[in-house]
Design a binder for this molecule. Structure first.
Ligand code: SF4
Length: 330
């Protein structure tokens, strides 16, 4: 039986087959991450803890939550490991951005009684086919039962870009999670897919028909077949290369480029379009510059990655180890 696939794994292949080869076939580990991914992880962690405590009837005040965010930052931040790519952007800017995300989310959702939380950072593992030849896994930020009884699949996004509704209506990631959860809750269970763009304080919702889900399932199987039968993994240069942890060893950059930036080092990316809430949007790490993206690909699976694209949240440069984030208890 082959490897278990995930949205991140498939997106890596779609974005750049060479990156996929480095990460999932050669399994080359890189001890670094982008600061966008770092901020996203801290925001995810603090929201997870917030809901954990809210579920116990011990809802913390906003300042305590913000303090927790900064404590998590200080415990985790390593200037040697966390890369700032955007020219002119500072670590302080990103730290403040994360705080704004946390504050904005808290104010918008207080007192956190919109539904019953059923799962936090919950792993799902499910087959796409009856024979179990196409297995998928993922980690869902939050699962809840809304007041109207609908099961909601929540995802936090810390990037600045909010995709158009029509793009979200074709999103692969959360719809795949719905496929997995339907096995748990029942095929006839109504679901709602909810994205929280916390840097922009915007919430987006999508629902899927059974036909759409089946189309997604088939398209994902076809993509997995494509990956399994691939024999060449050509580099695919794009704006996302600035955030790629394999750039130093990538043949596409063999000729000339300076060493890959570490920490405060920079590359030629316009700082004016950094992930400030009021500046240019950010592309998801799953943005696909592929010339032939799946119709059911990620909302960010656009063939045209803007030059100011940045990875989006903790999915950015997802390592296999990151694919299953562990529930941290206070
Ligand atoms: S640097 Fe760019 S082309 Fe090279 S592996 Fe990374 S994403 Fe692909």
């Amino acid at each position: 039986m082959g490897p278990i696939f995930s949205h991140s794994r498939i997106s890596s292949f779609e974005n750049c087959p060479k990156q996929f080869e480095f990460r999932y076939i050669q399994k080359i580990e890189r001890d670094s991450e982008s600061i966008e991914a770092f901020v996203g992880k801290r925001v995810h962690e603090v929201l997870e803890r917030l809901y954990l405590f809210a579920g116990r009837g011990m809802l913390p005040g906003i300042e305590k939550v913000v303090d927790r965010y900064h404590k998590l930052w200080e415990e985790s931040y390593d200037a040697e490991r966390v890369r700032v790519v955007r020219e002119g952007a500072t670590v302080g800017f990103y730290r403040a951005l994360g705080e704004r995300c946390v504050r904005g989310y808290y104010v918008r959702h207080y007192p956190f009684d919109e539904g019953e939380t059923l799962g936090l950072e919950q792993r799902v593992l499910f087959p796409l086919d009856e024979a179990g030849q196409y297995r998928m896994q993922g980690v869902i930020d939050r699962i809840s039962r809304a007041r109207d009884g609908v099961i909601e699949v929540h995802d936090y996004k810390t990037g600045a870009r909010v995709p158009a509704q029509r793009i979200l209506d074709e999103d692969r990631q959360l719809a795949l999670y719905q496929l997995g959860l339907a096995r748990q809750f029942g095929e006839d269970t109504p679901f709602r897919l909810v994205w929280h763009y916390v840097a922009k304080d915007v919430t987006r919702i999508s629902t899927r028909s059974p036909e759409a889900l089946d189309g997604l399932r088939r398209a994902t199987i076809a993509r997995i077949d494509e990956i399994r039968t691939a024999t060449e993994f050509a580099p695919r240069k794009s704006a996302l290369c600035s955030w790629c942890e394999y750039r130093e060893i990538c043949p596409a950059f063999a000729d000339a480029l300076p060493p890959h930036p570490k920490s405060s080092a920079t590359v030629a990316v316009d700082a004016k379009s950094a992930v400030a809430p009021d500046t240019a949007p950010a592309a998801s790490p799953s943005a696909s510059p592929s010339a032939s993206p799946s119709p059911s690909a990620s909302p960010s699976a656009s063939p045209a990655v803007p030059p100011d694209a940045v990875p989006d949240g903790p999915e950015a440069a997802v390592s296999p180890a990151d694919e299953v984030r562990q529930l941290r208890l206070l």
